[in-house]
Design a protein around this ligand. Structure first.
Ligand code: UDP
Length: 471
């Protein structure tokens, strides 16, 4: 009988950055195990976005994909938050996922199903086919510890009031192995219990407690405390840092890289808010004036402002709205020798790796955080939504590789403060010290991914389990 190719199936959750990181994990896996194939079974809400199509076009031959039938956005609650939409999209896709898996099983020797944070409900399908079920958790070990702890939060008795965005705690939250978190670090991830995001977090937590193992995108030298505490509770495997090695999405990259080529070494601040972060018009203005005031060179990925302040446009393609039209009058002219502005999307990993880039003003998405670390760039932490405030606290308080600008009583970072932190990062002693520390983490990251590194070993341990279970 012909031997079938060994394979694993992965179910990313909808959203560009989730797909990017899941694919990077798939690449890392097939790089270490070229005898395997990976098939991505991709749930989608509405039609696939152009960026998703662009990413899928560039997959290597051993990574296959099936885009599952689109879930109709009208079938989901109109006011659900992005995380709940992701979870519900996957839940609605379970019948088609089951069909796709059945066909995969008939063609390959499928050894495991690997899910993502918000695709955890697919555990039911894994059970149907008696498949080992793992989760690739693309965020920090600290965030994973938080989600696992989340349903117990009320038992702690420290929450005084939890209106979404206005959390009040009696004392900082202490999760084993993690730094204590203040209310300001948790306001976006401790919603009111009547909010759809609360139900989603409880569900994700419940399913994470049921899966056979969790592969977390972190490494021992970065988060020793949380990783070791987690390993006492669940089979957790730190396999990171898993980051893009080259940009997956085509953009007008050559222009901005050509501009960077012309700048002095270590002289540019890269400014970007991830795949979906936007600022209010007021904040956009303050940032623009602050960058100008700092006198330092910058490369800024500008998005059109959103009415409601910081927002995520994760799941739907953005309507065309020229971001540059929203910049303060005369800004482009006045800063033409100081900065370069790019609309909506930049080749981030190439920019961060570039010798002219000195630092990164980031929204603290975990992919951006790790990309900055592996490129050895210290940061200005400017969190917007989801667990980004927690990441900002990690970067500032624990890793000490980022500065955190102060916000005023309206939640705005004023132009003088922008200028202050930019100067501090680009020219101050604190900036130099952060640069030294981030280099240390960069070296540790390289070691972790070495042939005998801790993250390679952790992944090998899981793969050995998969092979033994199904042989
Ligand atoms: N990204 C990029 N160019 C951009 C914006 C984002 O290449 O202009 C990539 C970035 O390199 C990272 C991902 O998109 O890999 C963003 O993920 P992250 O977790 O940082 O933030 P999210 O988009 O989930 O908020």
């Amino acid at each position: 009988m012909e031997r079938k190719t060994p394979s694993i199936a992965m179910v990313p959750c909808p959203g560009t950055s989730h797909l990017i990181t899941q694919i990077e994990f798939a690449k890392r896996f097939v790089g270490l195990h070229p005898d395997f194939h990976v098939t991505l079974l991709i749930p989608t809400l509405g039609p696939p976005s152009p960026s998703m199509n662009s990413i899928l076009q560039s997959l290597p031959p051993s990574i296959h994909f099936t885009v599952l039938p689109q879930v109709d956005p009208h079938d989901l609650p109109p006011n659900a938050d992005p995380a709940s939409l992701m979870l519900l999209t996957v839940t609605h896709s379970l019948p088609s996922l089951s069909q796709a898996l059945s066909s995969l099983i008939s063609q390959t020797h499928l050894v495991a199903l690997v899910l993502n944070t918000f695709s955890v409900d697919a555990i039911e399908v894994a059970r149907e086919f008696d498949l080992p079920c793992y989760v690739y958790y693309p965020s920090s070990a600290t965030a994973l510890a938080f989600v696992l702890h989340y349903p117990k939060l009320d038992d702690d008795g420290i929450v005084v009031s939890r209106k979404f965005g206005e959390l009040e705690l009696k004392e900082p939250l202490k999760i084993p192995g993690c730094i204590p978190f203040e209310a300001r670090d948790l306001t976006d991830i401790v919603p009111d219990t009547s909010h759809s995001f609360h139900t989603t977090l409880v569900q994700v937590s419940k399913q994470l407690h049921r899966v056979d193992g969790i592969l977390v995108n972190s490494f021992v030298d970065l988060e020793p405390g949380p990783i070791s505490a987690l390993q006492n509770v669940r089979p957790v495997y730190p396999v990171g840092p898993i980051v893009q090695t080259e940009s997956n999405i085509s953009s007008n990259s050559s222009e901005c890289l050509a501009w960077l080529d012309k700048q002095p070494e270590n002289s540019v601040l890269f400014v970007s808010f991830g795949s979906g972060g936007t600022l209010s018009q007021e904040q956009l203005n303050e940032l623009a004036y602050g960058l100008e005031l700092s006198g330092h060179r910058f490369l800024w990925v500008v998005r059109a402002p959103s009415k409601g302040g910081a927002d995520s446009s994760y799941l739907n393609a953005q309507k065309y709205d020229d971001p540059l039209e929203h910049l303060p009058e005369g800004f482009m002219d006045r800063t033409k020798d100081q900065g370069f502005v790019i609309s909506s999307w930049a080749p981030q990993i190439e920019v961060l790796r570039h010798g002219s880039t000195r630092g990164f003003l980031t929204h603290c998405g975990w992919n951006s955080t790790l990309e900055s670390v592996v490129c050895g760039k210290s940061m200005i932490a400017w969190p917007l939504f989801a667990e980004q405030r927690m990441n900002a606290a990690l970067l500032n308080d624990q890793f000490k590789v980022a500065l955190r600008p102060k916000v005023n009583e309206k939640g705005i970072v004023e132009r003088e403060e922008v200028s202050r932190v930019v100067k501090c990062l680009m020219e101050g002693d604190e900036g130099k010290e952060m640069g030294r520390r981030v280099e240390m983490f960069k070296d540790a990251a390289i070691k972790a991914l070495d042939k005998d590194g801790s993250s390679t070993e952790a992944l090998e341990n899981v793969v050995t389990k998969w092979k033994n279970l199904k042989s």
